[in-house]
Design a protein around this ligand. Structure first.
Ligand SMILES: Cc1cc2nc3c(=O)[nH]c(=O)nc-3n(C[C@H](O)[C@H](O)[C@H](O)COP(=O)(O)OP(=O)(O)OC[C@H]3O[C@@H](n4cnc5c(N)ncnc54)[C@H](O)[C@@H]3O)c2cc1C
Ligand code: SF4
Length: 322
């Protein structure tokens, strides 16, 4: 890794000042240290943000809960109230990596983690996402790659928290040059859809402060399929959330991870599910709508039936049948 300055920020304004245009925020370090060691990023200054006051709290509100960007995945996993109020969020947290990683991995770092594409992660490969002229995955080893993309990079978003936050309609609050921006998860990843170089919509110096989760959906589910039981990313993940009134779905949301460069959701499928009494036929129809237009490559076609199964299971679990 290249030499860098190191500083600890004690306020959000000093964090912004210290990070400048060429620095990076350091939270749990799980992703960033790997990127540094492989020369994939070379910030001039690493700004340790772990001492920023107030960002490591989970706060209950009447209309929404607030999760600070420095809350660890383990804090979510071990919070008995979250398990009751947002069961899908609890399930997503327990599936992430290993206990050791969850103990230090933060919500902000999880949302802002970079691509896991193995070509991108190789220091000697200069692919499109590193301003090269070729996507090595497209016609080669693409088993972990996307079924949907908005540009010519097919590296999927892998943040499990982004997937469940999308289903829960959560809002991320970003500090940009002194102003707080309120972004949906779709907005947080919009640039990854439209621009091959982007992993998310954050600009240099943008700091994720917290995530707000509305209490509008009392049922939520997160399921993932991975090659290994633990210490692994999802091949496909699926989150679903809704209220159920008189047996009917209200404001349902379904989101998938690891199949697109953004958390994948289809508004027409959410609308289709709204007001329906769930059964296997409805869940199957919704799955078909969500996966319509998928473009499998040579080695990732298995993701289509896998995603279809996860959507059906997640929806039936939401109802309490699975
Ligand atoms: C074996 C393994 C399996 C894994 N499996 C999963 C999985 O299944 N699902 C999943 O979601 N993740 C998985 N992960 C990834 C892991 O959860 C992330 O690496 C971790 O959450 C990153 O958090 P961090 O606090 O360590 O971030 P850091 O490494 O400190 O930061 C990551 C990036 O985010 C930026 N950043 C950090 N905080 C902020 C902030 N507040 N505002 C703006 N930018 C910020 C940093 O500058 C950096 O670019 C896995 C990791 C490993 C090693
Ligand atoms: S999928 Fe994206 S990150 Fe991977 S090789 Fe292609 S351009 Fe690079």
């Amino acid at each position: 890794m290249k030499a860098f300055q190191y500083a600890t920020a004690h306020s959000t304004s000093s964090a912004r000042e210290l990070v400048g245009e060429k620095g990076a925020y350091l939270a749990g370090g799980n992703d960033l240290l790997g990127l540094l060691k492989e020369y994939l990023v070379s910030p001039e200054t690493l700004v340790n943000i772990k001492s920023l006051p107030g960002l490591n709290k989970i706060e209950r509100g009447e209309k929404f809960w607030t999760i600070g960007a420095l809350v660890t995945v383990a804090q979510i996993e071990n919070n008995a109230e979250i398990k009751k109020v947002f069961p899908g969020l609890h399930e997503a947290a327990t599936e992430i990596a290993s206990q050791q990683i969850r103990n230090v991995a933060t919500v902000g770092g999880n949302l802002a983690q970079h691509s896991r594409c193995w070509y991108f992660r190789h220091r000697d490969v200069k692919c499109l996402k590193k301003n090269g002229d070729l996507c090595y995955a497209r016609n080669s080893e693409n088993r972990y790659h996307s079924l949907f993309t908005g540009n010519d990079c097919i590296s999927p978003v892998v943040s499990s928290l982004a997937t469940i936050f999308t289903a829960l309609d959560a809002t991320a609050i970003i500090l940009r040059d002194g102003n707080e921006l309120r972004w949906s998860m779709a907005e947080l990843y919009a640039d990854a859809w439209s621009q091959r170089l982007a992993h998310n919509s954050l600009q240099p110096g943008d700091l994720i402060l917290r995530v707000e989760i509305p209490l509008a959906r009392s049922r939520s589910v997160f399921l993932q399929a991975s090659e290994k039981h633990a210490f692994d990313w999802a091949l496909v993940s699926c989150a679903a959330a809704a209220e159920i009134e008189n047996g009917k779905l209200k404001s349902p949301r379904v989101a998938l991870g690891s199949i697109s460069n953004v958390p994948h959701q289809v508004a027409a499928a959410n609308e289709f599910l709204n007001g329906k009494v769930l059964d296997d036929a409805i869940a199957t129809q919704a799955a078909a709508m969500i996966l319509q237009g998928a473009k499998p490559l040579e080695f990732n076609g298995y993701k289509v039936p896998l995603a279809e199964t996860l959507i059906r299971r997640a929806l039936l679990k939401l109802k309490g049948d699975a």
